[in-house]
Write a new protein. Structure first.
Lengths: 290, 185
């Protein structure tokens, strides 16, 4: 068969379909099912609920408009990249809507890997793989009947953070263990790995969150804490160890609620919870390291 | 004037019906032809041929959607005219791109019986497009019936060009599977 024959055969398309395409074109497109897409419906309901929550908060609970409870303990806070909401919705299929949303979302996905590409993904992964080869036999060693869970990236980043706080031989040993040339190299690698692991687009969530919970009766190297926040995306907090408020803040920060754990109308809960989400700390340090 | 009234006049053999048809759809049909031919004069001739064909076809035919009934006739004339052009005259243009895309769909086809196949193929295309979701069906139709450019389609449906290309690519794959299943490829 020739392409021309196929092109000719398009005359078989129903006149009603031809007419529909013409009308939809003039109207600027129409969603496939002739009604608002699931995503728009979800966004509309979410906007309505969000508005209601804000109104209730303003009238009844002013304290809700304040920063999170752990914010007052913060010494250095990491920033999480802002991602564009996925237009795919719950089903993973694009069901119409503003096409610019699709482009923006795809761009924000690509940007996650930009740092890794700029650093050199092969170089970064070579370092991690070398670490895995060394650490796996040691960390997963256990007795019969024992189950262990091990996250290589988690511990790699935690050791990197430890290396930042160390000096001399200790730092050299950590750098060697992690396969990094020097501290700057390790920072760039950690940042690239972290960013590539992160996603939060309203449908899929992976928040490799790290934090340090420190005593408040000691001073800390502000530049160090800023480096940890910037390159390892690890926030630092200080407070009185054992204090109820500080303990509560630590718990709240480490177990930040996902949409699945909130009380939502059934439609929202269903819409936002069918995709897997991995949330929570990858590493938390408590202590008094200077 | 309403399409039903024009069709009624054609049934009554009132020649003024052609004037009304030309006034209402002349420009539109010219665009349908122009996308395929890329030439003003040839497109104008296709429109004239269409009006004459409509006069001959109605009655007994009573079109359900008059504009698209006419568009189909114009398109056929334009395709035939294009085919009759020499290879030297036949330039690039949108239809060449459309044909190149469809070439991928039929690549490797073992079915070389063209004449007998035409009606079956048209019917298969009808069935295929009817089975598509509305958005995909519209975009497929704009591209492969009306030979509109990806840019025009994207602007018309407020999508990105990338998005339109992805949809077309996916739909062509589905078409290939469909035609293979129907043993037309």
């Amino acid at each position: 068969m020739k392409a021309e024959e196929l092109f000719d055969a398009m005359s078989g398309i129903d006149e009603k379909v031809l007419d529909r395409s013409e009308k939809n074109l003039r109207k600027g497109g129409k969603s496939p099912r002739g009604k608002k897409s699931k995503f728009r419906l979800f966004a509309g309901i979410a906007a309505g609920v969000a508005a209601a929550v804000v109104v209730a908060a303003v009238i009844l609970r002013p304290i809700l408009l304040n920063k999170p409870v752990y914010a007052k303990f913060a010494l250095a806070e990491a920033e999480y990249p802002k991602m564009v909401e996925s237009p795919l919705g719950d089903s993973g299929v694009y069901t119409g809507g503003d096409a610019d949303d699709m482009d923006e979302w795809l761009d924000s996905l690509r940007k996650r890997h930009q740092k890794l590409t700029e650093y050199g993904s092969e170089k970064a992964l070579a370092g991690v793989n070398a670490w895995v080869e060394k650490s796996l036999p040691v960390l997963l060693k256990g007795g019969p009947g024992e189950n262990k869970v091990y996250s290589p990236i988690n511990i790699y980043l935690a050791l990197g953070m430890l290396g930042e706080t160390a000096g001399g031989n200790t730092r050299a040993q950590i750098l060697e263990l992690l396969g990094a040339g020097d501290a700057a190299d390790l920072r760039a690698r950690a940042d690239a790995l972290w960013t590539a692991s992160y996603i939060d687009d309203g449908v899929t969530k992976s928040l490799p969150a790290a934090s340090l919970w420190l005593r408040n009766d000691t001073s800390y190297n502000a530049a160090l804490l800023q480096n940890l926040a910037k390159y390892y995306h690890a926030s630092s907090f200080h407070g009185k160890m054992g204090d109820a408020a500080y303990s509560k803040a630590s718990l709240r920060r480490r177990t930040r609620r996902t949409p699945c754990s909130m009380r939502l109308p059934a439609t929202l809960r269903r819409s936002s919870c069918t995709r897997p989400s991995i949330t929570g700390p990858i590493s938390t340090g408590n202590g008094s390291a200077p | 004037m309403e399409d039903d009234k024009i069709i009624g006049m054609l049934f009554d053999r009132e020649q003024k019906a052609l004037e009304y048809t030309s006034e209402k759809y002349g420009r539109y049909l010219h665009t349908v032809a122009f996308r395929i031919l890329g030439n003003e004069e040839d497109s104008e001739e296709c429109v004239n041929d269409t009006l004459l064909s409509a006069w001959n076809a109605i009655p007994p035919t009573r079109p359900t959607v008059f504009s698209m009934f006419l568009a189909k006739i114009t398109r056929n004339f334009a395709i035939n005219r294009r085919r009759a052009e020499t290879a030297a005259k036949r330039g690039g243009g949108e239809v060449s791109l459309v044909l190149a895309e469809l070439e991928e769909t039929v690549a490797g086809s073992e079915n070389t019986e063209s004449g007998v196949l035409a009606e079956e193929l048209s019917e298969a295309i009808r069935g295929f497009v009817n089975g598509l979701p509305e958005r995909e069906g519209d975009i497929f139709t704009r591209r492969y019936f009306f030979a509109q450019s990806v840019k025009e389609i994207a602007a018309g449906y407020r999508l990105s060009q990338t998005n339109v290309s992805v949809i077309l690519n996916r739909t062509r794959s589905k078409l290939r599977e469909y035609l293979t299943k129907e043993q037309l490829l």
